[in-house]
Each structure stands twice: as C-alpha cells, then as structure tokens.
Design a protein around this ligand. Structure first.
Ligand code: 3HC
Ligand code: NAI
Length: 719
C-alpha cells in the first residue's frame, strides 16, 4: 500500500501503491503512518519525498470506504503529524492530487508538480467538504477568495495555475519524483516553521463578511438547495476567524452534518453510476472488456440541422475527419458557416486552433464511399430515413458502420433496409450535441458487439457519457419523458399554472422546469409527433371525447397552445411570453392564464390548490415508474444507466441521484403507496399504475439500487 525505500543515501522515498488512483484507503493510511514514523526515527534519513505509483500522486480518500465504519488511522492526525515532523517532506505530484491527496500534499513542506498534473478539492461534488484540513490550510496558503472558489466548485486546476496561486513551489517537465528528491536534499538545512501551512495566518480581506455573503448568494443561485457548498463557505470562514486548532474542529463538525446526508449519498452514487454505465454488458455475454471497438478515423454526417452541426463539431474537435451532407446548396452553405463558426468559437475557448482542415461539405452521398462510419441526422421521418439508409447501403463500402440519431424511431427497422444490419446502431445525441454530455447508444437486436463497442468508444472519445440502451419507441430518456410531461399537463387542467409547476421542479433542483424546457426545445416538435400518431389533428375521430385518446386520459392544452402559433422561445410565445422571438427571459403570460381558465370552465373542472409536494410526487414518481418498466422490459440493463441518462441528458439534479436512486432514497414503499393513491384518483392514467417490478422490489424488502438487478428476470432483453 506504500513502498518505503532509501534513495541518495538519506532521502526516504514513500510511494503510495494503491492502483488505479492510489486512493487513501485504510491500508494506505496505515502504511503512510508506519513509513513516516520510520523515516522520522531513522537517523540516516534527512528528508522525505512522498509520491504515487504509476505516475499518479493520489486521488483522495477511498470513496468506497465511506459506506462503512471508519477503519484504520484517521486522516487528520496523520496529516498533522507529517506537517509537524522535524524533517522536510516534499510532495512529488504527478497525474492527480485530488481531495485527500491534495490535502496530503498541503501538509508536505514543499510541493513539486509535473507540468501535466491536476490538483483540486472535488469533495463538494461528492456532497462533502475537504475534511482533512483542506478548508483550513488552503485559505492560509492562497487567501480566502481563491480558496473559496476552488473549494466551493471542486474545480481541478493545472500545475501552472497551482504555481501561479502559490500552491506548488516548482513545476517540472522532468520526472517529478527525481526532481523532488534533489529538492529535498537542498531543503535539509532550511528552517521548516514557515513551511507549515497550518501555522500561517490567513490573509484576511477587510470586507470578509461582504465577500462571504456574495459567494453564498452565488452558490445558492447556481446550486439551488445543495448543502455542501454552503458548508464549505462556513468552514472557510472558520479559517479566516479562528486559529487552526479551532478551525479544524469546525471543519469536522460541518463534515459530520454532510457525511450522512441523502445529498452526499446521492452524489457519491452518481460518481460510481457514471463509471458503471461505461461498463456495458449484453445478455449474449459481450461486454465492454471483451469486445474490441473499431478505430474510427473518418465519419460522415447526413443533415446539417440543429443536431447534425453539433455532431460534426463533436467529431472534428477530437481529430476525426468529417464529410457533412445536406440536401440543398443553400442549406449546405448555411450549415457550413454555422459549423465553422461553432468550431472556431470552441477552439478559441479551449486555446487551440480550429480543425477546419478536417471538414468537407457535399450534396452527394456518393462522396461517402470510403468513410468508417456515418451518422444520419435528417428529419424524424421513417420513410425518409429508410431511403437514406438504403442509399448508404449501396454507396458505402461494406465495412462502414451506419448510425442514426433518431430520437425514438425503430433502429431495427432501419437496419432491415440495409445490406448490413449488424453494423447498424443508434447514436442518440442530445441538443446542443457539441455541449450535452449524454449519448444513448441504441442497440438493435441485430447490432453486433463490435458495432456497439465502437459506438460506445467513439462516444467516450468525444467526451460523452455513453449509455447502452435497447430499441423501443423513445428508448430510455424520451420514453420516460412522456409520463413526466403528461403529469405536468394534467396538473394544469386540475388547477396549477406553468410557473407553479416549473418553480416546484426547479426548487427540487432541475436545471429547468418542464414548461420552460419545452419552450426552449420548441413546442411544434411534440405537436408534429402527436399529429402523426393520431392523437390530435384532422385524423382524430370527432366522436372521440376531447380529453380521452386511445382509451386513456389525454390533455389537449399543448395542442391548443400550438394552434395559436405559440411554439416557445423561437416564436417569442409559448407557455410563457418572451421579449422577442428567440428571447430567453420567460415571463408568465396572462393569455395562457385565460386559456387555462376558459378550458377548465368549458369542461366543468373546478380548479383546486395543488401543493408542490403533489407536483413533485406525480411528475417524478410517474417518471421513475416508467423507469421500472424499462428495467423489466430489458431496455436498460441497470438502474444506474437510467439515472445517468437523466443526470446528463435531462437536467435531473445530481444531489437527487437520478429518478431511480431518488425513489430508493424516498423509500420504495412510499413511492408505491403514492402511485397507488394517485392511480386510484386517476384510473384512466396507466402510467400511474405501479409497475410489477416496483411491487416486487417492495415485496422483497426494498433492496438498495445496486441489488435491483438480482430481482429483474428479463425474459426478452432488448439489449
Ligand atoms: N476512491 C475510490 N475509488 C476511486 C477513487 C476514489 N477516490 N477515484 C477513482 N476511483 C476508482 C473509480 O471508481 C474507478 O473504478 P473502476 O475501475 O472500478 O470503475 C477507477 O478508480 C478509475 O477511475 P476513473 O475511471 O475515474 O479514472 P480516470 O483516469 O478517468 O480519472 C480521477 C481519475 C481523476 C482520479 C477520477 O477517478 C476522480 O475524479 N476520482 C475522484 C477524486 C475525488 O473526488 N477525490 C476526493 C475523494 S473525497 C476525499 O478525499 C475526502 C477528503 O477530504 C478527506
Ligand atoms: P433539423 O430539422 O434541424 O435538421 C434536419 C436536417 O436534415 C435539415 O437541415 C435538412 O435539410 C436535412 N436533410 C433532410 N433530408 C436530407 C437528405 N436526404 N440528405 C441530407 N440532408 C437532409 O432536425 P434536427 O433537430 O437536427 O433532428 C435531426 C434528427 O435528430 C431527427 O431524427 C431528430 O429526431 C433527432 N434528434 C433531435 C434532437 C433535437 O433536440 N432537435 C435531439 C436528439 C435527436
């Protein structure tokens, strides 16, 4: 867990050996304590260097240990003892120094960083705070404003920025460990008192209260309802106003309030869920570690609309050459200018040069014969997509992978019109595609494991969080969205307003309430889908009761809004009104208020006061209920996959963990009881009927999310 050796006759070199990130597990802490004791007591040793194996200093506390009781030596006294020691200790930082790893570096008397190293205190992203003295030492070292920023955001910084801030003493392009050993030898004769960060006085700005207040406001606005950043601010205040011995106690008290909170559990769950999602597994036995992806050097995108443009940017900025195809010259030119502008802005932001030389624009599919992979992003129209896939099948070389960005159409039906169904897969990006991190990889029944592996690995290369899902209408994300949206509109009928529903969801932590989100996406999209599926428009049988379709409750209000030409932000009017078309400042619109009142009086609906609790329960439990069905149907392999989709694609708050984790946190019995209650009140809404899997899990004693898989007997997995 830590290797001890004597180098250059008098330097004790302690190497943390806990791959892959040298996390500070109990065994590592124990090994550090023993090694330090040995080094400090051995008269041959004049200085100490601490480094990490495999070019990684330390990724912090072992998060997996958080679930159990504390074992092994606690970190704070261990680190205090290193700092108090009478021999100089130098941290040789390569790779990462994060969380407890950074705190370990802070107690060393000197810090040498490799120029590629990254440092940071990401604890806040796990719902906790730096609790091994980080909140007390960092402000003493770099001042309150800079420390506050790093601690409340959890941002990783480069070695160069760390040098500028005064966190590290030297940045090197050579082996940091060797440089640190030489540095340690030179430090032997120098006094250590000024190098003990906990002994320094925190440089305190005169307007401390105003500064802390401003940061508190900022944090509250950015991370509504999230506890950890606020606790971080309080801990930093202690660093400014108390001696270290008292400040460290305050840090520990604040940590105790966070550590067992639901938010911390949810955020730590998110950390592991994201990594679990990358480890896709199919019932056939093919999985992430036994299926080799193909190397993709060139790609083509068909359709340079909203999605196509973002996909081109995502590919080109990771060095893949892209041919972009449009149907008309004018559209091609517009798309080209948009893509170039987006790539240039993106490159400027990242401080690199735009890879425009990788792009080619054409009107002809014939130009695609040699590409490795094609992603189709034309209109959501099955007949059109089938024509495109037939054409691609003829034009592209037999090994080319054919992918579709459809948001919900049958991927297998597209595969069926090609000469290579095993090379067809869905790559469902989210808008804007160069910004949003989620990629649903839709596995058709005939997609080969190599095809799936290639799409998953291409997603990772583009910096996406890729999740493998099965093929059904809407896949996972959009299939679950329907019951969620339905509940929101039913609540409108019953007496709520768009702003009340949005506020309840935003207070819960969603990036945007459902109506604001719909206005942003464009209301006409859903209207077109509803018309095509016979739910509204001239094809609906006039004898149909207006608030029922296909045997279930239907809310025609969204159609009425569209009939007035209100398509959301793009037309300046939607569920809200905006200053101008394309405006983003949503204001409640009295016309919508009138429309709702007239609607309710036409259908004799007595509006009632609806509580925020009912809004949250009906929207979120209906959402999760569909998630249970998706697990039953084998469309998602694990609850973690569903949660990752909602976290990265739909703005579900991380501190809620995702819809499935949230259900387990609320308690599955309660979710079941509330769904039964609401289904009884609304028997014509099948989405509120508790799913058999939910009932089964409750009957099995509501096991934790990680154990649900054991209870899912999928007869016909769609993965
Ligand atoms: N504890 C336990 N396991 C960890 C871990 C940690 N701190 N950091 C990473 N891992 C595990 C991952 O779960 C993954 O496991 P798997 O292979 O079984 O899926 C494996 O290590 C590799 O991790 P990544 O896939 O994330 O590897 P990358 O190379 O992409 O990233 C990293 C490396 C930047 C270090 C990233 O893993 C990371 O950000 N880790 C978390 C860092 C962190 O938040 N540290 C703070 C911990 S809390 C703390 O220190 C409290 C202190 O104040 C007392
Ligand atoms: P869009 O309407 O903005 O763009 C489609 C583009 O395809 C248009 O520029 C059109 O000219 C072009 N096109 C049509 N037929 C073509 C052909 N035969 N050859 C070449 N180009 C052709 O549509 P958008 O929003 O980009 O959607 C594209 C696909 O992505 C759809 O399947 C949609 O469901 C899906 N999608 C859309 C999302 C969104 O938020 N807009 C999110 C995720 C998926």
């Amino acid at each position: 867990m830590a290797r001890y050796e004597l180098v250059k006759r008098s330097v004790a070199l302690i190497t943390l050996t806990n791959p892959p990130v040298n996390a500070l597990s109990s065994a590592v802490r124990h090994a550090i304590a023993k090694s330090m004791e040995h080094a400090l007591n051995d008269p041959k040793v004049s200085a100490v260097v601490i480094c990490g194996e495999n070019g990684r200093f330390c990724g912090g506390a072992d998060i997996r240990e958080f679930a159990g009781p504390l074992r092994g030596p606690p970190l704070v006294p261990l680190l205090d003892a290193i700092e108090a020691g009478e021999k100089p200790v130098v941290a040789a930082i390569e790779g990462v120094a994060l969380g407890g790893g950074f705190e370990l570096a802070l107690v060393c008397h000197y810090r040498i960083a490799h120029f590629k190293a990254r440092l940071g205190l990401p604890e806040v992203t796990l719902g906790i705070l730096p609790a091994a003295g980080g909140t007390q030492r960092l402000p003493r070292l770099i001042g309150i404003p800079a420390a506050l920023e790093l601690i409340t955001t959890g941002r990783h910084i480069s070695a160069q920025e760390a040098l500028k801030l005064g966190i590290v003493d030297q940045v090197t392009e050579q082996n940091a460990c060797e440089v640190a050993v030489e540095f340690a030898l030179r430090a032997v004769a120098k006094p250590l008192s000024s190098r003990r960060v906990s002994m320094l006085t925190t440089p305190c700005p005169p307007d401390l209260d105003a500064l802390l207040e401003a940061v508190t406001m900022q944090v509250k606005k950015k991370a509504r309802g999230v506890m950890a950043p606020l606790a971080c601010i309080q801990a930093v205040r202690a660093a400014a106003t108390m001696p270290y011995s008292k400040g460290i106690k305050r840090e520990s008290e604040l940590m105790a309030t966070l550590f067992n909170s639901g938010q911390a559990r949810a955020l730590q769950y998110c950390f592991f869920a994201q990594r679990t999602a990358g480890k896709w597994t199919l019932p056939s036995g093919a999985q992430w570690n036994n299926s080799k992806p193909r190397e993709i050097r060139s790609a083509a995108i068909i359709g340079l609309g909203t999605m196509g443009r973002g996909i081109v940017v995502s590919l080109a900025r990771v060095g893949i050459s892209v041919i972009a195809v449009e149907s008309e010259k004018k559209l091609l030119e517009t798309g080209k200018q948009m893509v170039i502008g987006m790539l240039e802005r993106d490159a400027k932001r990242r401080g690199v040069s735009a890879s425009l030389n990788l792009l080619k624009f054409t009107l002809s599919l014939q130009d695609l014969k040699d590409v490795d992979l094609v992603i189709e992003a034309v209109f959501e129209d099955m007949a059109l997509k089938k024509r495109v896939f037939q054409e691609l099948s003829k034009v592209c070389r037999p090994a080319t992978l054919l992918c579709t960005n459809t948001s919900g159409l049958d991927v297998d039906a597209l595969a069926g019109v090609t000469d290579r169904p095993h090379l067809v897969v869905g790559m469902h990006f989210f808008s804007p595609a160069h910004v949003m991190k989620l990629l649903e990889v839709v596995c058709g029944p005939r997609s080969s494991s190599e095809t799936i592996a290639t799409a998953m690995s291409l997603g990772k290369r583009m910096g996406k969080v890729s999740v493998a899902v099965g093929n059904c209408p809407g896949f996972v994300g959009n299939r679950m969205l329907k019951p969620y949206l339905d509940q929101a509109t039913f609540l409108l009928e019953e007496g709520a307003t768009p702003e009340q529903i949005d506020k309840a969801l935003e207070d819960f932590g969603f990036a945007m309430g459902v109506f604001r989100m719909s206005d942003l996406a464009g209301l006409d999209v859903g209207w077109r889908v509803r018309k095509e599926s016979g739910l509204t428009g001239p094809d609906v049988d006039p004898k149909n009761p207006p608030r029922r379709r296909q045997g279930r409750r239907y809310c025609p209000i969204p159609d009425m809004v569209c009939e007035q030409g209100r398509f959301g932000q793009k037309t300046g009017r939607g569920w809200y009104m905006y200053d101008k078309p394309g405006g983003t400042n949503a204001k409640p619109d009295p016309l919508i208020q009138n429309l709702l009142e007239m609607y309710r009086s036409r259908y004799g609906i007595q509006p009632r006061n609806i509580s925020d609790q009912e809004i949250i329960e009906r929207c979120l439990f209906a959402l999760a209920n569909e998630g249970f069905r998706i697990l039953e149907d084998g469309i998602a392999a694990r609850p973690e996959d569903i949660d990752v989709i909602y976290l990265f694609g739909y703005g579900f708050p991380r501190h809620g963990g995702g819809p499935m984790f949230y259900s387990s946190m609320v308690g599955l019995e309660r979710v079941l009881e509330r769904l039964e209650h609401y289904h009884q009140a609304h028997p014509d809404v099948p989405h509120l009927e508790p799913s058999p899997l939910l009932k089964k899990l409750v009957a099995c004693g509501s096991p934790p999310v990680q154990k649900w898989r054991e209870h899912i007997k999928t007869m016909h997995s769609h993965l």
